[in-house]
Design a protein. Sequence first.
Length: 125
Amino acid sequence: MRKNPTRRAEERLPEIERIKHSGDFSRVFKNPDFRGVCREGKLLAKYNQLDFCRFGITTVRKYGNSIERNYARRVLKEIYRKSKHLFSENLDIVVVLFPGNYNYHDRKRQFMKMLRRAKLVPSDT
């Protein structure tokens, strides 16, 4: 996979802050400490033993083609990167995206709604 050379390193989500392995996803799915669900997706979170939060995204099986799935993941990863300052605790956060024709602002509103329902951020955020 090629990296965009014009994008600065501080504008990327660092590799260590990404959940990649199936075992890490399974640990969050089996016994989440926090859960936030809305029509557009599901957020699950579990405390980790690290000094930082990690983030992972998955989609349901019937979520369009690869272009649509990757676009949705890219958008949500950027939303998380810009709002990760809201998390003071060490969490593994996994978001399951449901299909729909949503843009950046729609996904941001949905992500914040899931965070509020999971009680990870205050209601006035």
